[in-house]
Ligand binder design. Structure first.
Ligand SMILES: *Cc1c(COP(=O)(O)O)cnc(C)c1O
Length: 356
C-alpha cells in the first residue's frame, strides 16, 4: 500500500505515524481487549484519554488556567450559533470582520440573534487597522484568522481594546504559536489540523461562561459543557482520542514553534514558485497569504481539467479549488510532509513546461 499526498482542505491528511498507532491499538487499546471506541466515555480508560488530550493541548498552546477547554460536537459551525447565544441578548450589537466565505457564514448566523456590525471587509487583503469600524457597544469582536477558501490570513492579532476577541481558528489552530491570553474565545473544527471530523475544540475565558440566554439549547451552553467536562451527553470519543494522538505527535515534532518553521518553509516554497511563474497566479496580497491554504489559478482556465486529472494520476489528490473561487487549492496543514509540497512544485513545473 502506498499513501498519496492529499491536499484536501478538510477532512484532511493525518500524520501517518498517528494513523499507524491508531491501527495498531484499534482492537485492543493498551491491553484492555477493547477498542477505545467501544468503552464508556465515563470509564477509566476513556477518562484517561480525555484528560491527557486536554493536558497536551494546554501544554502545546500554553493555555492559561483561567480558560476552559472543551471538546464538543457540531464542528465550528455549531459555535457560529453558540457564540451569540452565550454572549448576547436580543438587540445587542456584535462586531464581525468579513474577510471571506467563513467570516460570512459566521456573521450570517449571528444575524439571527444579534445586530451585526461589519468592522471591515475584504477578500484578498487584510484591511488596514485605521479603516476598521469597531462599534463601542459591541459585546465581542469576531474574526477568522485564516480564511480556508480564500487563502487570506491575519498574521497579527487584531487590537480590539478590552472587547472579547473571538477567533475561528478551524484551519490554523496548532499551525504556529498563538498568545491565547489575547482572546476571549477560540474555536476550531477538528478536521483540518487536529484530527478526524466530529469534534470541535472550544477554548473560552472563564468570565465569558455562564451568561447564556434562557433559550440557548442546553448543549450549546458553555457553562453546561464546561461543568460536565464536555460530557453533558456522549461526546465524540473516537475523534477525541485521535486528536489526543495528534497532540502527542505534535509534541514529538517539537511543539508549535518547530512546526511553524516547517509550515512557513512549505508555504514560502510554494508561493515563491507561483510568483516566479507567469503560468500560475495567487490573488492574495503577499503579506496576507495563508500558510495553510494556497489557492492558485492557471493563466489558461481551459487547462484546469487536465491539470486536475494529471495531478491526481501523479498521486497529488484533491487540488481542485473551492467552487466559490475556482482554480486550484493546495491545503498544506501540519500533517502534509514537506516532500508533498516538493512533489507538487515539481509537478507544477513539469506541467508548465508541457502546456505553458
Ligand atoms: C472548515 C471550516 C469551518 C467549518 O467547520 P465545521 O467543523 O465543518 O463546522 C468553519 N470555519 C473555518 C475557517 C473552516 O475552515
Amino acid at each position: 500500500m502506498s499513501r498519496v499526498f492529499n491536499f484536501s482542505a478538510g477532512p484532511a491528511m493525518l500524520p501517518e505515524e498517528v494513523m499507524r498507532q491508531a491501527q495498531a491499538e484499534f482492537l485492543d487499546w493498551h491491553g484492555t481487549g477493547m477498542s477505545i471506541m467501544e468503552v464508556s466515555h465515563r470509564g477509566r480508560e476513556f477518562m484517561q484519554v480525555a484528560e491527557e488530550a486536554e493536558a497536551d493541548l494546554r501544554e502545546l498552546m500554553n493555555i492559561p488556567d483561567n480558560y476552559r477547554v472543551m471538546f464538543l460536537h457540531g464542528g465550528a459551525t455549531m459555535q457560529f450559533s453558540a457564540i451569540p447565544l452565550n454572549l448576547t441578548r436580543p438587540g445587542d450589537v456584535v462586531d464581525y470582520f468579513n474577510t471571506g466565505a467563513w467570516s460570512k457564514k459566521a456573521l450570517n448566523e449571528a444575524k439571527r440573534y444579534a445586530r451585526v456590525n461589519i468592522v471591515a471587509e475584504h477578500a484578498t487583503e487584510i484591511p488596514e487597522p485605521a479603516t476598521w469600524q469597531l462599534s463601542d457597544e459591541a459585546k465581542y469582536v469576531h474574526y477568522t484568522p485564516n480564511e480556508t477558501i480564500g487563502g487570506l490570513q491575519f498574521h497579527f492579532i487584531p487590537d480590539v481594546g478590552d472587547k472579547p476577541l473571538i477567533a475561528d481558528m478551524s484551519s490554523c489552530i496548532l499551525s504556529e504559536p498563538v498568545d491565547v491570553s489575547k482572546f476571549g474565545m477560540i474555536y476550531a473544527g477538528a478536521q483540518k489540523n487536529v484530527g478526524p471530523s466530529g469534534i470541535a475544540i472550544v477554548i473560552v475565558r472563564e468570565d465569558l461562561i455562564g451568561n447564556a440566554r434562557e433559550d440557548c439549547p442546553r448543549l450549546l451552553d458553555w457553562q453546561v459543557q464546561a461543568e460536565a467536562g464536555s460530557m453533558d451527553n456522549t461526546p465524540a470519543t473516537y475523534p477525541w482520542y485521535m486528536a489526543g494522538l495528534v497532540f502527542k505527535w505534535l509534541k514529538k515534532q517539537g511543539g508549535l514553534e518547530k512546526i511553524a518553521l516547517v509550515n512557513r518553509r512549505k508555504a514560502k516554497k510554494l508561493y515563491d514558485f507561483i510568483d516566479g511563474s507567469d503560468f500560475y497566479h495567487n490573488p492574495v496580497r503577499p503579506q496576507d497569504r495563508s500558510i495553510m491554504n494556497v489557492p492558485f489559478t492557471l493563466a489558461n482556465p481551459e487547462l484546469d481539467k487536465t491539470f486536475l486529472a494529471e495531478s491526481d494520476a501523479a498521486g497529488l489528490k484533491y487540488l481542485k479549488g473551492h467552487r466559490l473561487v475556482g482554480g486550484m487549492r493546495a491545503s498544506i496543514y501540519n500533517a502534509m510532509p514537506e516532500e508533498g509540497v516538493d512533489a507538487l512544485i515539481d509537478f507544477m513545473a513539469d506541467f508548465e513546461r508541457r502546456y505553458g
